[in-house]
Design a protein around this ligand. Sequence first.
Ligand code: SF4
Ligand code: SF4
Length: 341
Amino acid sequence: MDSFVLLKKTLPTFIEKLSDEYDVFAPTRKDNIFEYKLISKPSDINLDFVNSRLPPKSILLQQTETLFKFKPGRKGKILPKEISEDKKIIFAIRPCDAKSFSILDTVFDSDFKDPLYLSKRENSVLIGLSCNNPGVNCFCTSFGDSPTSSKFVDILFTDIGEKFFVETISDKGKKLVEKITDLFEKATEEDKNLKDSAEKEAIDTIKRNMKLEGVVEKLDEIFESQLWHSIAMKCIGCGTCTFLCPTCHCFDMQDEATLKEGARIRVWDSCMYSEYTMHASGHNPRPARMNRVRNRVYHKFSYFPKNSEYTACTGCGRCIEFCPVNIDIIDVIAKVREVKV
Ligand code: SF4
Ligand code: SF4
């Protein structure tokens, strides 16, 4: 790992240089909502944020995406989609959201490869921005991560006052910085100390904690618990928690067609909706809200850790912040641990 500094006043030049070769996605602000968008100029960027409302997963796993087109009818044919090789930068992605892509990789880069996701993933460079001021519901540290973690990014920026402390992590990140090395200066010991104290302060700011010890095993024992009914009594099934979650990846496929042409489209879906599991026969294996509330928790905290190295939660806190009835995933897991068996 190499360490540099970039003067904040040089950031616009840095972004302009990136834009020569890449589509640059970065946090932008509309009213009070931050969103990662394709920017056309450096001044579109607003870094005065804790995190975006929608996670940047929407850049690699689009909310609506055409999988292929087709000509219907007896002489119909499939018109495969050309896979884009456009190079992207996701600038100022938070470390927790960068981790979410590694979690999504276990789904889309498994025995079944999703070429649309993977081409975007391979052609993207993640430039992280440490969370100097985590939000009140952030809890990435519960998963052994940190608001200044460089583990899942190609380059990590940390705000140290007049400058950004810049660490190049992956080969992708190193190559990118090498191309515009004249914008950077070597980091000094003092810069490193400033970064270390920013890191310590950020970690100290995180007050929420999810205790995960024994949760996978406990969930094996409480599938029929009354707990799921009591959470479901409160949940209104709006799906907000899944749409805003950086690791949720349920989707539906729909055909949109006229008599002459059509397209198969992938759209985000939510396991919190009853239609999500509705079979063509009319049978629904998760007919009640209780089944769906329970599935959300089991998918993230039991099935995922049993099948991969990850729990399917990064501790971003979005579902806590925006659940309209204040269902709090940290409290849910605490209650799981309390259930007597
Ligand atoms: S479950 Fe909630 S806290 Fe965890 S990653 Fe998803 S939105 Fe963030
Ligand atoms: S956001 Fe809250 S109310 Fe809406 S589906 Fe999720 S848990 Fe239920």
